[in-house]
Design a protein around this ligand. Sequence first.
Ligand code: MLT
Length: 389
Amino acid sequence: MSDIPTIEFTITNDNLDTGLRGYPVGTCETSYVDPQEGVSYVGYPIAELAFSPAEDIIHLLFNKSLPTDAERKGVADDIAERSEVSAEALEAIAAMPMSGHPMDLFCAAIQILGMTGKTDDYYEDALNLVARIPTALAVIFRQREGWGERIPSEPSRGYVNNFVHMLGMPGGDEAALTRLLSVYYNLHADHGGGNLSTFTGRAVASGLADMYRSMASGMNALAGPRHGMANQDAFKMVREVDTEDPEVAYQTLKQRLADGGLIFGFGHAVLRQEDPRAKVQLGVGEELCPDDHWFKAVKAVREGGIRALKENPKVSNPYPNVDLISGSLVNALGFTDPDYYTTLFGWSRISGIGAQIVDERTRARNGRGVAIYRPRYIPINQPQRSIDG
Ligand code: MLT
């Protein structure tokens, strides 16, 4: 383990009930979020990794190095070998109530995969889940959207193209979808140890719950509107604003703020500049859907939102985060129901959370693993009493 820098952090009353903001509580070997530069995976800035094969990101997060050509093929072969989902699991996933929200189906599918295939080895279960979740998510899409029978997995296509193949989106452009979802996968895979979904997964695993239970917990955390579900709410907001004119977007969002409304897809607990993941997505949009109305609309919202938020001196970060633009891109390529957007985020984040749980359970504290999370809460409104009066 590399030397841990000396940290001094004084907790005062002002830190209570602040969501642990800024508290150093553990170590992370997979990624770091710099307030100015944004996220890097094992030291590589995200903008340098955005267009890599997904197999490179999986290798980097789990092995802490970018793969050689041979190692990249090894990742693809390993995922192929792990990717089979049992008939029992497929039947159970397809039988779920498709009236449910896609994130509820996604979280339940993770538990079904655990019930039918866990090994109780954190590393094995993490990679098995990375390999099998695309099949499960494709079944959810096809069953819930009525796109037809399940399309069998063809792992030799590569991790992302096989997912696009299994989705079999009617009218979908396979090449464009593979391009977009490959970048999408890389951008959403990891974001330090403290984001809510990762922190939750690590916390649940600290009680020695298995990978599937821990991951399902993390994905339920991701389903919160302040976290991963912000991408669906950001796109719904873009559709409400519905303009390609930055001035109109500015006036609309300024009024929304004045009325006490929320603006989704801006700001961040750690970042103090525009999220580099948002900048990469802008470039992908100019490449894949430059003339799409909603892509033009989200660019207007981006410009108008920054301007409106900058007028409030209390806003520490008026800039877009990863969630502002992603919805307009996946919508342009055929994912027209925002309720699915967080499942795509979860599909990717499973790799980062999985790698961090493996690290915390098997590498932290010289391999002893981290103790069960047990932070201290200060009692209030509890004067000493006795039932005897
Ligand atoms: C993420 O990628 O998890 C989000 O930006 C939220 C966070 O980092 O807290």
